[in-house]
Design a protein. Structure first.
Length: 484
């Protein structure tokens, strides 16, 4: 084992976020997702709704207002996401907060989509801001796809009122929860008009937003769950991938022009729908889109959200087993997507710094800004055992461990982490040297409020030693149990 050096986690060329739960599927725990994906995402996207002054609140819309004859996912008084129980209700020990903590413990940021009653007041919104203060960097997307007409909030306010409401939410968050980054998810570029849909109405909203965004599917069955997509049907669509890519990029260029600002773009929901294209072409379409991103020299997209991990329809890397919603059925797109996001372009950069000594303070800012440490380990050939053992002074630590692009999670109290899943998929050349990097996200998932001016943005953990690293290239014992 060689010297120990400081390492700093930096932004990827294009970050990847992952949707985990919506009206179309339940939340899947982060340990399962990490095992499947082999790496963490910049952020995990959760989708919730907030109409606290409605009489039936906080019962989920489809339960509070059941339909005898189903007519669509949004034909309710408020959106059929799970209710956000904080804010006015003040219930922060339930959804989504338990999931937000789990996401941050595992080195990822929270990407929170909320459809919010646009009639709420500044005082109502301040309560939400105070809920989010302890969660480090939070990406907050409020009333997404706001130039459409399908969500319930568009039936409660005019488009100018929705634009003003976004400005109000942004101002409240910037004042009371400066760790929150506001995402405006609105219209896309219209080729015929040579402008963005409703760009004049939402201009001030674009200016106050921290990120510009749009949702654009390569194919979509919007009739789900009522209508099955079949040939000659009328509630689905399939686009040319290159045209979708160009449309998103033109949206970004147009926004720079009309705002006079220079912000990079997000695509907050992106996928192809297997209901329309089938599973094989779904995978091919996403692969083509991601290849175009990697080859594009303009680097215009700061990140996108794969919608989603497990889906009750066919918009997921897995589809939900109808017999047991806690079981997923892997789709061809999962391995294609995983192969892409393990490539350098989509991975956070890790910058190596000076040599360090213990005790050493690890800093966690967010999934694109953290200080950790690195140690080099020589490996002669493919190991049979590769394990980390944590002693009394480190067993309490909460760590994310990176090994050549693969990530492992060590929860507080866990003594041993097995690294062999990396070696099962990566052959070792003779006399290789591997890099082990250690980062320390918040143990509870929360930044603890204190007197430090930057407590909302930085979390510190003192580390006094490395774990014992066990790498063995031979079995402990081998009995010959077969004939030559």
């Amino acid at each position: 084992m060689n010297e120990i050096r400081k390492v700093t986690l930096k932004k990827a060329m294009c970050a990847v976020d992952l949707g985990d739960g919506s009206e179309r599927g339940l939340y899947v725990n982060q340990d399962y997702i990490l095992e499947k994906m082999k790496r963490i995402h910049r952020g995990i996207s959760l989708m919730y709704t907030y109409y606290p002054k409605d009489e039936s609140w906080p019962v989920r819309a489809s339960i509070a207002h059941p339909q005898k004859v189903p007519s669509g996912a949004w034909d309710y008084p408020y959106e059929d996401y799970f209710p956000y129980r904080g804010g006015v209700e003040g219930k922060t020990d339930d959804e989504p907060f338990v999931f937000m903590k789990e996401i941050r413990q595992r080195g990822q940021d929270v990407v929170l989509t909320m459809t919010i009653d646009p009639k709420l007041t500044r005082e109502d919104l301040i309560l939400v801001a105070k809920d989010l203060r302890c969660y480090g960097r939070v990406f907050l997307r409020v009333n997404h796809e706001c130039t459409g007409g399908w969500f319930c909030f568009t039936k409660r306010a005019t488009y100018p009122e929705l634009a003003d409401f976004f400005v109000l939410v942004s101002n409240v968050m910037h004042e009371y929860a400066p760790n929150v980054r506001m995402i405006l998810c609105a219209g896309m570029f219209d080729e015929a008009a040579q402008k963005i849909e409703m760009e004049d109405i939402f201009l001030e909203a674009y200016k106050v937003a921290d990120y510009w965004s749009g949702d654009k599917y390569l194919s979509l069955n919007w009739g789900w769950p009522v209508e099955v997509a079949k040939k000659n049907g009328k509630q689905f669509i399939c686009y040319n991938v290159d045209e979708v890519y160009d449309c998103a990029k033109k949206t970004w260029k147009r926004l720079k022009e009309i705002t006079g600002q220079d912000k990079r773009m997000l695509l907050s929901e992106l996928n192809a729908d297997g209901d329309v294209t089938g599973a094989y072409e779904q995978a091919n379409m996403m692969k083509h889109f991601m290849e175009k991103l990697r080859k594009d020299k303009e680097n215009w997209l700061s990140g996108f959200t794969m919608y989603q991990f497990r889906d009750d329809g066919r918009l997921g890397l897995e589809i939900t087993n109808p017999n047991n919603k806690e079981v997923g059925i892997e789709q061809p797109i999962l391995s294609v997507y995983r192969d892409e996001i393990l490539k350098e372009y989509f991975n956070p950069k890790i910058e190596v710094g000076e040599q360090i000594k213990f005790p050493y303070m690890l800093r966690w800012g967010n999934s694109e800004d953290a200080d950790g440490l690195e140690v080099s380990v020589k490996v002669d050939k493919d190991p049979h055992y590769a394990e980390l053992y944590f002693g009394e002074d480190s067993i309490d630590s909460n760590l994310m461990i990176e090994l050549n692009g693969y990530w492992f999670y060590k929860k507080s109290g866990v003594k041993c982490i097995d690294l062999m899943s990396y070696f099962y998929n990566n052959k070792i050349k003779k006399n290789s040297e591997i890099k082990l990097r250690f980062f320390a996200p918040p143990k509870t998932g929360l930044n603890e409020e204190n007197d430090n001016y930057d407590w909302q943005n930085n979390y510190f953990t003192e580390i006094n030693s490395l774990p014992e690293i066990r790498i063995e290239t031979e079995p402990v014992s081998l009995v010959k149990h077969y004939k030559d």
